[in-house]
Design a protein around this ligand. Structure first.
Ligand code: NAD
Length: 313
């Protein structure tokens, strides 16, 4: 039953599969429901599935059960190992009777993308890697950047579905190119948090008000995603609730450095950021928020960026 129809007209209302409906997958799957698609979903957490079930999504007990019902399956899962198992494992989608096309929205790295494309290809299934950027807010609003690579025909087939999630960028047919660009992006994003923490700690210790300092930086050439968003919204008010786990960011920077090393690209700054994330995960746990990197730098500098005692320790 590998055949099936193309995604136009009637197929726009076909059943779509979705694996992993957590912080990112939940709102992305929600947008597909909003667009009128039927969804069959699978997540190891029943709590994660509950809200979508209440809106009409059908739960499934395993990835293979999803791929028995849906010809196109999306995934937003935590790690490369979990994505590989969900795709190629004993109970993976590769064994599903209806599956023709797999779209991995997770940040799972180029090596997993290549292995999955090869493994599913042997079963006549096309694979696209389509990692996303823009956070939980972007997932809910449909304003993600979606970085796609894989067979162009497969991309064109799912373009209307991916367009529901955000702005699309097609990187090429080689599996993993989308993942490579996503890892580069996340290296920059993590580095921005780490280096902004250092700069802000210095300003605060000297006696500058952190909100005023951020205003200056955001009107100046040091502006970045941490100064513009994460610090004013999550660090200075001491909320640490950006919504991206430090453990997942550590995974992304590790995958990035692995890829750079494989390509013979030195990442001296990146290696320091990896260490800072390793320390953050040890100190606050892998489920802590990525903005808690700032707390590590604060503890080294003996100061606090924001909150009650932001300057004059
Ligand atoms: P999350 O932990 O909130 O969601 C992952 C979901 O997968 C959870 O609901 C979990 O129960 C489920 N899951 C775990 N193992 C599973 C398995 N074996 N089978 C089925 N379900 C399983 O994580 P998230 O923040 O939504 O991230 C998902 C992916 O998106 C990751 O690859 C992450 O790096 C990437 N990402 C996250 C963000 C962000 O801001 N949170 C942004 C861009 C990309």
């Amino acid at each position: 039953m590998g055949g099936g129809h193309r995604l136009d007209g009637e197929a726009m209302t076909a059943t779509i599969g979705f694996l992993g409906v957590g912080r990112m997958g939940g709102p992305m799957a929600g947008r597909l429901l909003d667009a009128g698609h039927r969804l069959v979903i699978h997540d190891v957490s029943e709590a994660a599935m509950a809200a979508l079930q209440a809106r009409g999504a059908t739960p499934a007990a395993s990835p293979v059960e999803v791929a028995d019902a849906a010809s196109i399956v999306f995934a937003s899962l935590p790690t490369p190992a979990i994505v590989r198992e969900a795709a190629l494992g004993e109970r993976g989608i590769g064994r599903g009777a209806a599956l023709r096309l797999f779209v991995d929205l997770s940040t799972s790295g180029p090596a997993a993308a290549a292995a999955i494309a090869e493994g599913l290809g042997e079963r006549g299934v096309s694979a696209l890697d389509a990692p996303v950027s823009g956070g939980v807010a972007g997932a809910a609003k449909g304003t993600l950047a979606v970085m796609v690579s894989g067979p162009r025909t497969a991309y064109e087939e799912v373009e209307p579905l991916l367009a529901v999630l955000g702005r699309l960028f097609f990187l090429g047919e080689k599996p993993g190119l989308g993942q490579t660009v996503k890892l580069a992006n996340n290296l920059l994003s993590a580095t921005a948090i780490a280096i902004t923490s250092e700069a802000m700690a210095m300003g605060v210790k000297a006696g500058v008000d952190p909100s005023v300092m951020l205003d200056v930086l955001n009107a100046s050439s040091g502006r970045n995603t941490a100064t513009a968003d994460k610090f004013p919204r999550c660090v200075v008010p001491r909320r640490f609730d950006f919504g991206f786990a430090a453990g997942l960011q550590f995974k992304d920077v590790r995958l990035c450095l692995d890829e750079a090393e494989a390509l013979g690209v030195p990442m001296v700054v990146g290696a320091a950021v990896r260490q800072i994330l390793s320390i953050t995960c040890n100190r606050f746990g892998p489920d802590s928020d990525c903005t808690e990197i700032a707390k590590v730098i604060e503890s080294w500098a003996n100061c606090q960026i924001g909150g009650e005692s932001s300057h004059e320790q």
